[in-house]
Unconditional design. Structure first.
Length: 465
Protein backbone atom coordinates (compact mmCIF):
# COMPACT_ATOMS: atom_id res chain seq x y z
CA UNK A 1 0.00 0.00 0.00
CA UNK A 2 2.85 2.38 0.84
CA UNK A 3 4.28 2.08 -2.68
CA UNK A 4 1.01 1.98 -4.66
CA UNK A 5 -0.28 5.45 -3.69
CA UNK A 6 1.57 8.47 -5.05
CA UNK A 7 2.25 11.52 -2.86
CA UNK A 8 -0.49 13.60 -4.48
CA UNK A 9 -3.14 10.93 -3.86
CA UNK A 10 -1.98 10.49 -0.27
CA UNK A 11 -2.26 14.23 0.30
CA UNK A 12 -5.80 14.24 -1.06
CA UNK A 13 -6.73 11.40 1.30
CA UNK A 14 -5.14 13.16 4.28
CA UNK A 15 -7.12 16.32 3.54
CA UNK A 16 -10.36 14.35 3.81
CA UNK A 17 -9.54 12.65 7.11
CA UNK A 18 -10.78 14.04 10.46
CA UNK A 19 -8.24 15.81 12.68
CA UNK A 20 -8.40 12.96 15.19
CA UNK A 21 -6.70 10.69 12.62
CA UNK A 22 -3.55 12.82 12.30
CA UNK A 23 -1.51 10.95 14.92
CA UNK A 24 -2.41 7.55 13.41
CA UNK A 25 -1.47 8.66 9.89
CA UNK A 26 1.89 10.00 11.05
CA UNK A 27 2.79 6.68 12.66
CA UNK A 28 2.35 4.50 9.55
CA UNK A 29 5.75 5.17 7.97
CA UNK A 30 8.38 7.86 7.49
CA UNK A 31 7.01 8.56 4.02
CA UNK A 32 3.46 9.03 5.31
CA UNK A 33 4.79 11.32 8.03
CA UNK A 34 6.64 13.42 5.43
CA UNK A 35 3.65 13.62 3.09
CA UNK A 36 1.28 14.38 5.93
CA UNK A 37 3.46 17.26 7.13
CA UNK A 38 3.84 18.65 3.61
CA UNK A 39 0.03 18.62 3.23
CA UNK A 40 -0.50 20.70 6.38
CA UNK A 41 -1.33 24.36 5.85
CA UNK A 42 -2.57 25.15 9.38
CA UNK A 43 -0.63 24.48 12.56
CA UNK A 44 -1.19 25.38 16.23
CA UNK A 45 1.56 24.76 18.81
CA UNK A 46 1.72 25.17 22.57
CA UNK A 47 5.38 25.60 23.49
CA UNK A 48 7.26 25.28 26.77
CA UNK A 49 10.38 27.36 27.47
CA UNK A 50 11.85 24.28 29.19
CA UNK A 51 11.85 21.95 26.18
CA UNK A 52 11.52 24.23 23.15
CA UNK A 53 14.37 26.33 21.85
CA UNK A 54 14.22 28.56 18.76
CA UNK A 55 16.60 26.28 16.78
CA UNK A 56 14.46 23.24 17.55
CA UNK A 57 11.35 25.17 16.51
CA UNK A 58 13.00 26.17 13.23
CA UNK A 59 13.93 22.57 12.53
CA UNK A 60 10.42 21.37 13.29
CA UNK A 61 8.71 24.04 11.16
CA UNK A 62 10.98 23.27 8.21
CA UNK A 63 9.06 20.01 7.81
CA UNK A 64 5.92 21.99 6.90
CA UNK A 65 6.89 23.76 3.65
CA UNK A 66 3.36 24.86 2.73
CA UNK A 67 2.31 26.26 6.08
CA UNK A 68 0.10 29.33 5.66
CA UNK A 69 -1.38 29.68 9.15
CA UNK A 70 0.61 29.37 12.40
CA UNK A 71 -0.41 29.87 16.03
CA UNK A 72 2.20 29.80 18.83
CA UNK A 73 1.26 29.82 22.51
CA UNK A 74 3.66 29.76 25.44
CA UNK A 75 3.42 30.35 29.20
CA UNK A 76 5.54 33.00 30.89
CA UNK A 77 9.27 32.33 31.00
CA UNK A 78 10.33 31.45 34.57
CA UNK A 79 13.25 33.89 34.65
CA UNK A 80 11.00 36.71 33.48
CA UNK A 81 12.75 37.24 30.14
CA UNK A 82 9.51 36.64 28.24
CA UNK A 83 10.18 39.33 25.62
CA UNK A 84 13.54 37.83 24.56
CA UNK A 85 12.02 34.34 24.31
CA UNK A 86 9.08 35.68 22.25
CA UNK A 87 11.45 37.53 19.94
CA UNK A 88 13.46 34.39 19.26
CA UNK A 89 10.31 32.39 18.55
CA UNK A 90 9.09 35.01 16.09
CA UNK A 91 12.45 35.08 14.31
CA UNK A 92 12.38 31.29 14.03
CA UNK A 93 8.85 31.29 12.60
CA UNK A 94 9.66 34.09 10.14
CA UNK A 95 12.77 32.35 8.80
CA UNK A 96 11.12 28.92 8.51
CA UNK A 97 7.70 29.81 7.07
CA UNK A 98 8.04 32.27 4.17
CA UNK A 99 4.55 31.43 2.88
CA UNK A 100 2.77 32.49 6.08
CA UNK A 101 -0.43 34.47 5.67
CA UNK A 102 -1.80 34.19 9.21
CA UNK A 103 0.36 34.40 12.35
CA UNK A 104 -0.82 34.45 15.96
CA UNK A 105 1.63 34.70 18.86
CA UNK A 106 0.40 34.36 22.44
CA UNK A 107 3.93 34.26 23.81
CA UNK A 108 4.51 37.63 25.43
CA UNK A 109 5.43 41.08 24.07
CA UNK A 110 7.42 41.41 20.85
CA UNK A 111 10.13 44.02 20.24
CA UNK A 112 10.81 45.99 17.06
CA UNK A 113 13.62 44.03 15.37
CA UNK A 114 11.75 40.70 14.95
CA UNK A 115 8.82 42.60 13.40
CA UNK A 116 11.13 44.20 10.85
CA UNK A 117 12.50 40.75 10.03
CA UNK A 118 8.98 39.34 9.75
CA UNK A 119 7.96 42.02 7.23
CA UNK A 120 10.86 40.97 4.98
CA UNK A 121 10.65 37.19 5.45
CA UNK A 122 6.86 36.90 5.13
CA UNK A 123 5.79 39.46 2.50
CA UNK A 124 2.37 37.81 1.99
CA UNK A 125 1.28 38.05 5.64
CA UNK A 126 -2.36 39.22 5.80
CA UNK A 127 -3.23 38.57 9.47
CA UNK A 128 -1.10 39.20 12.57
CA UNK A 129 -1.88 38.84 16.28
CA UNK A 130 0.81 39.90 18.78
CA UNK A 131 1.54 41.64 22.08
CA UNK A 132 3.57 44.86 22.40
CA UNK A 133 5.01 46.48 25.50
CA UNK A 134 5.38 50.17 26.23
CA UNK A 135 6.94 52.48 25.11
CA UNK A 136 4.91 51.97 21.95
CA UNK A 137 6.11 52.19 18.38
CA UNK A 138 3.75 51.53 15.49
CA UNK A 139 5.61 52.75 12.43
CA UNK A 140 6.67 49.19 11.53
CA UNK A 141 3.13 48.67 10.25
CA UNK A 142 4.01 50.64 7.12
CA UNK A 143 6.40 47.81 6.14
CA UNK A 144 3.66 45.15 5.99
CA UNK A 145 2.23 45.82 2.55
CA UNK A 146 -0.25 42.90 2.53
CA UNK A 147 -1.51 43.13 6.13
CA UNK A 148 -5.30 43.35 6.39
CA UNK A 149 -6.09 42.03 9.88
CA UNK A 150 -4.17 43.20 12.97
CA UNK A 151 -4.75 42.31 16.63
CA UNK A 152 -2.49 43.83 19.30
CA UNK A 153 -2.46 43.60 23.11
CA UNK A 154 -0.59 46.48 24.77
CA UNK A 155 1.20 45.77 28.05
CA UNK A 156 3.47 47.57 30.49
CA UNK A 157 3.30 50.85 32.36
CA UNK A 158 2.48 54.16 30.70
CA UNK A 159 5.57 56.12 29.59
CA UNK A 160 5.30 59.81 28.71
CA UNK A 161 6.91 61.09 25.48
CA UNK A 162 7.08 57.52 24.25
CA UNK A 163 6.71 58.20 20.53
CA UNK A 164 8.67 60.24 18.01
CA UNK A 165 6.35 63.17 17.32
CA UNK A 166 8.09 63.98 14.03
CA UNK A 167 7.05 60.64 12.60
CA UNK A 168 3.39 61.30 13.34
CA UNK A 169 3.28 63.75 10.46
CA UNK A 170 4.09 61.06 7.87
CA UNK A 171 0.83 59.22 7.20
CA UNK A 172 0.92 55.77 5.65
CA UNK A 173 -1.54 54.01 3.35
CA UNK A 174 -2.24 50.96 5.49
CA UNK A 175 -4.41 48.24 3.97
CA UNK A 176 -5.88 47.24 7.32
CA UNK A 177 -9.53 46.18 7.15
CA UNK A 178 -9.81 44.65 10.65
CA UNK A 179 -8.14 46.23 13.68
CA UNK A 180 -8.38 44.80 17.20
CA UNK A 181 -6.63 46.62 20.05
CA UNK A 182 -6.52 45.73 23.76
CA UNK A 183 -5.26 47.89 26.61
CA UNK A 184 -4.89 51.41 25.15
CA UNK A 185 -4.20 53.96 27.90
CA UNK A 186 -5.23 57.59 27.86
CA UNK A 187 -2.20 59.51 26.61
CA UNK A 188 -0.55 56.68 24.65
CA UNK A 189 1.34 58.21 21.74
CA UNK A 190 1.36 56.93 18.18
CA UNK A 191 -2.35 56.34 17.76
CA UNK A 192 -3.05 59.62 15.98
CA UNK A 193 -0.80 58.35 13.18
CA UNK A 194 -2.49 54.94 13.23
CA UNK A 195 -6.03 56.38 13.04
CA UNK A 196 -5.06 58.69 10.16
CA UNK A 197 -3.42 55.84 8.27
CA UNK A 198 -6.38 53.43 8.53
CA UNK A 199 -8.50 54.68 5.64
CA UNK A 200 -9.81 51.26 4.57
CA UNK A 201 -10.96 49.98 7.96
CA UNK A 202 -14.12 47.83 7.96
CA UNK A 203 -14.04 46.32 11.45
CA UNK A 204 -12.82 47.90 14.71
CA UNK A 205 -12.48 45.99 18.00
CA UNK A 206 -11.47 47.69 21.26
CA UNK A 207 -11.10 45.76 24.51
CA UNK A 208 -10.22 47.04 28.00
CA UNK A 209 -9.22 50.44 26.62
CA UNK A 210 -9.12 53.57 28.81
CA UNK A 211 -8.55 55.95 25.90
CA UNK A 212 -7.89 56.21 22.17
CA UNK A 213 -4.42 57.77 22.47
CA UNK A 214 -2.85 61.15 23.17
CA UNK A 215 -4.44 64.59 22.79
CA UNK A 216 -4.03 64.50 19.00
CA UNK A 217 -5.82 61.16 18.63
CA UNK A 218 -9.54 62.10 19.00
CA UNK A 219 -9.56 64.34 15.90
CA UNK A 220 -7.66 61.70 13.91
CA UNK A 221 -9.90 58.90 15.16
CA UNK A 222 -12.82 60.17 13.08
CA UNK A 223 -10.87 59.43 9.86
CA UNK A 224 -10.91 55.68 10.39
CA UNK A 225 -14.66 55.54 11.15
CA UNK A 226 -16.04 56.76 7.83
CA UNK A 227 -16.11 53.36 6.15
CA UNK A 228 -16.40 51.13 9.21
CA UNK A 229 -19.10 48.45 9.07
CA UNK A 230 -18.53 46.61 12.39
CA UNK A 231 -17.58 47.96 15.83
CA UNK A 232 -16.98 45.95 19.02
CA UNK A 233 -16.41 47.71 22.36
CA UNK A 234 -15.69 45.41 25.30
CA UNK A 235 -15.03 46.75 28.80
CA UNK A 236 -14.24 50.27 27.58
CA UNK A 237 -16.52 52.19 29.96
CA UNK A 238 -14.52 55.45 30.00
CA UNK A 239 -14.58 55.91 26.21
CA UNK A 240 -17.75 54.15 25.03
CA UNK A 241 -19.93 57.28 25.04
CA UNK A 242 -17.31 59.28 23.13
CA UNK A 243 -16.94 56.58 20.47
CA UNK A 244 -20.69 56.06 20.10
CA UNK A 245 -21.18 59.79 19.58
CA UNK A 246 -18.47 59.87 16.91
CA UNK A 247 -20.06 56.86 15.20
CA UNK A 248 -23.47 58.52 15.19
CA UNK A 249 -22.07 61.74 13.71
CA UNK A 250 -19.52 60.39 11.23
CA UNK A 251 -20.36 56.80 10.23
CA UNK A 252 -23.25 55.95 7.94
CA UNK A 253 -21.84 52.56 6.91
CA UNK A 254 -22.13 50.87 10.33
CA UNK A 255 -23.98 47.55 10.11
CA UNK A 256 -22.99 45.75 13.31
CA UNK A 257 -22.46 47.09 16.86
CA UNK A 258 -21.39 45.18 19.99
CA UNK A 259 -21.11 46.86 23.40
CA UNK A 260 -20.21 44.81 26.49
CA UNK A 261 -19.81 46.09 30.05
CA UNK A 262 -19.47 49.82 29.48
CA UNK A 263 -21.06 53.11 28.57
CA UNK A 264 -24.03 54.92 30.06
CA UNK A 265 -27.77 55.00 29.52
CA UNK A 266 -27.65 58.51 28.08
CA UNK A 267 -24.73 57.75 25.77
CA UNK A 268 -26.53 54.74 24.32
CA UNK A 269 -29.74 56.72 23.90
CA UNK A 270 -27.89 59.51 22.07
CA UNK A 271 -26.32 57.01 19.67
CA UNK A 272 -29.63 55.35 18.84
CA UNK A 273 -31.46 58.65 18.28
CA UNK A 274 -28.69 60.39 16.30
CA UNK A 275 -27.32 57.54 14.23
CA UNK A 276 -27.89 57.69 10.47
CA UNK A 277 -26.70 54.17 9.70
CA UNK A 278 -28.73 51.16 8.62
CA UNK A 279 -27.81 48.96 11.59
CA UNK A 280 -28.48 45.26 11.04
CA UNK A 281 -26.85 43.58 14.06
CA UNK A 282 -26.96 44.79 17.68
CA UNK A 283 -25.28 42.85 20.50
CA UNK A 284 -25.46 44.29 24.04
CA UNK A 285 -24.33 43.09 27.47
CA UNK A 286 -25.27 46.02 29.69
CA UNK A 287 -26.81 44.71 32.93
CA UNK A 288 -27.39 48.13 34.53
CA UNK A 289 -27.47 50.44 31.50
CA UNK A 290 -30.02 48.95 29.08
CA UNK A 291 -33.67 49.82 29.69
CA UNK A 292 -36.99 49.55 27.87
CA UNK A 293 -36.71 53.06 26.43
CA UNK A 294 -33.57 51.97 24.61
CA UNK A 295 -35.40 49.05 23.00
CA UNK A 296 -38.29 51.32 22.04
CA UNK A 297 -35.80 53.68 20.39
CA UNK A 298 -34.12 50.76 18.59
CA UNK A 299 -37.48 49.63 17.21
CA UNK A 300 -38.08 53.16 15.93
CA UNK A 301 -34.61 53.96 14.54
CA UNK A 302 -33.30 50.64 13.18
CA UNK A 303 -36.09 49.17 11.10
CA UNK A 304 -33.64 47.00 9.15
CA UNK A 305 -32.33 45.15 12.22
CA UNK A 306 -31.97 41.43 11.49
CA UNK A 307 -30.07 40.33 14.62
CA UNK A 308 -30.63 41.33 18.26
CA UNK A 309 -28.50 39.79 21.01
CA UNK A 310 -28.99 40.70 24.68
CA UNK A 311 -27.01 39.29 27.61
CA UNK A 312 -27.69 39.75 31.32
CA UNK A 313 -29.95 42.75 30.67
CA UNK A 314 -31.86 42.68 33.95
CA UNK A 315 -33.61 46.07 33.57
CA UNK A 316 -35.40 45.11 30.35
CA UNK A 317 -39.04 43.98 30.65
CA UNK A 318 -41.48 42.24 28.37
CA UNK A 319 -42.86 45.56 27.14
CA UNK A 320 -39.62 46.46 25.38
CA UNK A 321 -39.17 43.00 23.87
CA UNK A 322 -42.76 42.81 22.65
CA UNK A 323 -42.29 46.17 20.93
CA UNK A 324 -39.21 44.82 19.21
CA UNK A 325 -41.11 41.69 18.16
CA UNK A 326 -44.00 43.65 16.66
CA UNK A 327 -41.82 46.25 14.93
CA UNK A 328 -39.42 43.71 13.39
CA UNK A 329 -41.65 40.74 12.82
CA UNK A 330 -40.71 40.52 9.13
CA UNK A 331 -36.97 41.29 9.44
CA UNK A 332 -35.51 39.83 12.62
CA UNK A 333 -33.77 36.53 11.87
CA UNK A 334 -31.64 36.14 15.00
CA UNK A 335 -32.66 36.63 18.63
CA UNK A 336 -30.54 35.97 21.71
CA UNK A 337 -31.78 36.40 25.28
CA UNK A 338 -28.83 35.02 27.24
CA UNK A 339 -29.14 34.95 31.03
CA UNK A 340 -31.99 37.47 30.81
CA UNK A 341 -34.31 36.96 33.77
CA UNK A 342 -37.18 38.62 31.92
CA UNK A 343 -37.62 35.21 30.27
CA UNK A 344 -38.45 33.79 33.70
CA UNK A 345 -40.21 36.85 35.19
CA UNK A 346 -42.92 37.22 32.56
CA UNK A 347 -44.89 34.11 31.58
CA UNK A 348 -46.13 34.19 28.00
CA UNK A 349 -43.38 36.47 26.72
CA UNK A 350 -41.68 33.75 24.69
CA UNK A 351 -45.03 32.70 23.23
CA UNK A 352 -45.63 36.24 21.97
CA UNK A 353 -42.13 36.52 20.51
CA UNK A 354 -42.48 33.17 18.75
CA UNK A 355 -45.77 34.22 17.17
CA UNK A 356 -44.38 37.60 16.06
CA UNK A 357 -40.96 36.55 14.78
CA UNK A 358 -41.99 34.06 12.12
CA UNK A 359 -38.77 34.56 10.11
CA UNK A 360 -36.50 33.63 13.01
CA UNK A 361 -33.55 31.48 11.89
CA UNK A 362 -31.31 31.62 14.96
CA UNK A 363 -32.43 31.49 18.60
CA UNK A 364 -30.17 31.59 21.67
CA UNK A 365 -31.73 31.20 25.14
CA UNK A 366 -28.56 30.01 26.88
CA UNK A 367 -28.09 30.17 30.66
CA UNK A 368 -31.73 30.84 31.51
CA UNK A 369 -31.55 28.22 34.23
CA UNK A 370 -35.18 28.53 35.32
CA UNK A 371 -36.64 28.23 31.81
CA UNK A 372 -39.13 25.34 31.83
CA UNK A 373 -40.60 23.18 29.09
CA UNK A 374 -43.99 24.91 29.03
CA UNK A 375 -42.57 28.37 28.25
CA UNK A 376 -40.00 27.10 25.78
CA UNK A 377 -42.39 24.77 23.96
CA UNK A 378 -44.95 27.54 23.53
CA UNK A 379 -42.37 29.58 21.61
CA UNK A 380 -40.68 26.86 19.61
CA UNK A 381 -44.00 25.60 18.22
CA UNK A 382 -44.17 28.78 16.09
CA UNK A 383 -40.49 28.81 15.02
CA UNK A 384 -40.72 26.45 12.08
CA UNK A 385 -37.75 27.88 10.19
CA UNK A 386 -35.05 27.70 12.86
CA UNK A 387 -31.67 26.48 11.60
CA UNK A 388 -29.64 27.18 14.76
CA UNK A 389 -30.74 26.73 18.39
CA UNK A 390 -28.67 27.28 21.55
CA UNK A 391 -29.97 26.16 24.95
CA UNK A 392 -26.67 25.80 26.80
CA UNK A 393 -27.09 25.86 30.57
CA UNK A 394 -30.92 25.72 30.53
CA UNK A 395 -31.15 23.27 33.41
CA UNK A 396 -34.94 23.36 33.65
CA UNK A 397 -35.58 21.80 30.22
CA UNK A 398 -36.34 18.08 29.97
CA UNK A 399 -36.67 15.34 27.36
CA UNK A 400 -40.10 16.68 26.39
CA UNK A 401 -38.47 19.82 24.95
CA UNK A 402 -36.26 17.71 22.66
CA UNK A 403 -39.25 15.76 21.37
CA UNK A 404 -41.05 18.95 20.33
CA UNK A 405 -37.90 20.41 18.76
CA UNK A 406 -37.56 17.38 16.48
CA UNK A 407 -41.25 17.67 15.50
CA UNK A 408 -41.45 21.44 14.96
CA UNK A 409 -37.97 22.40 13.72
CA UNK A 410 -37.50 20.35 10.56
CA UNK A 411 -34.88 22.80 9.21
CA UNK A 412 -32.65 22.67 12.29
CA UNK A 413 -28.97 22.22 11.40
CA UNK A 414 -27.15 23.11 14.63
CA UNK A 415 -28.16 22.70 18.29
CA UNK A 416 -26.33 23.33 21.57
CA UNK A 417 -27.78 21.48 24.58
CA UNK A 418 -24.62 21.40 26.68
CA UNK A 419 -25.18 21.47 30.47
CA UNK A 420 -28.95 20.93 30.22
CA UNK A 421 -29.25 18.56 33.18
CA UNK A 422 -32.88 17.64 32.54
CA UNK A 423 -32.18 16.36 29.00
CA UNK A 424 -31.05 12.73 29.12
CA UNK A 425 -29.18 10.41 26.76
CA UNK A 426 -32.32 8.71 25.42
CA UNK A 427 -33.76 12.06 24.28
CA UNK A 428 -30.50 12.97 22.55
CA UNK A 429 -30.50 9.65 20.74
CA UNK A 430 -34.06 10.10 19.46
CA UNK A 431 -33.29 13.67 18.46
CA UNK A 432 -30.23 12.69 16.39
CA UNK A 433 -32.23 9.97 14.66
CA UNK A 434 -35.30 12.10 13.89
CA UNK A 435 -33.90 15.53 12.98
CA UNK A 436 -33.51 15.31 9.18
CA UNK A 437 -31.19 18.28 8.47
CA UNK A 438 -29.06 18.17 11.62
CA UNK A 439 -25.34 18.76 10.95
CA UNK A 440 -23.95 19.74 14.36
CA UNK A 441 -24.85 18.97 17.97
CA UNK A 442 -23.07 20.11 21.13
CA UNK A 443 -23.73 17.92 24.16
CA UNK A 444 -21.87 16.16 26.96
CA UNK A 445 -20.08 13.01 25.88
CA UNK A 446 -21.89 11.00 28.54
CA UNK A 447 -25.19 11.68 26.77
CA UNK A 448 -24.06 10.28 23.42
CA UNK A 449 -25.01 6.60 23.20
CA UNK A 450 -23.36 4.18 20.80
CA UNK A 451 -26.50 4.22 18.67
CA UNK A 452 -26.52 8.03 18.53
CA UNK A 453 -22.81 8.15 17.69
CA UNK A 454 -23.22 5.62 14.90
CA UNK A 455 -26.24 7.45 13.50
CA UNK A 456 -24.41 10.78 13.64
CA UNK A 457 -21.46 9.30 11.78
CA UNK A 458 -23.65 7.84 9.01
CA UNK A 459 -25.48 11.18 8.56
CA UNK A 460 -22.24 13.25 8.71
CA UNK A 461 -23.38 15.00 11.89
CA UNK A 462 -20.56 16.68 13.84
CA UNK A 463 -20.77 15.85 17.54
CA UNK A 464 -19.00 18.42 19.76
CA UNK A 465 -18.46 17.35 23.37
Amino acid sequence: MDTILCDELLQEIFHRLPLSSSSAVSAVSKRWLRVHRSSKTVLSLRLSPHNCTPPSLSTFLSHFPFLSSLSLTSPAVPDGDTAAFSDRLLLSAASSCPSLRHLRLSTGPISLFPLLSLSTSCPHLTSLSISLSRPLSLYWLALFHSLKDLFVVFTGEFVSDQFDSCFQQADAELKLETLGLTGIRQGDFGFAWLWRSCKKLKKLQLRSCEGIGDDASPSSFVNCLKGVEEVELRTCRTIVDEILLKLAENCTSLMSLLVYDGGSREGLRQFISRSRCDLQKLDLRLPLDLENNHLLAVAESFRGLSSLRLQSCCLVTGEGLRTIGLAMSYRLEELALINCDVVEREPGLLTTLGQCLRRLRKLDLSYNEMLVDKEFVSMIASCNYLSELKLRGCKGLTNAAMVLISKSCKNLESVDIMYCGGIKAEAVELFVMNCPRLRRVQVEESKISDVARSRASSKFIEVVV
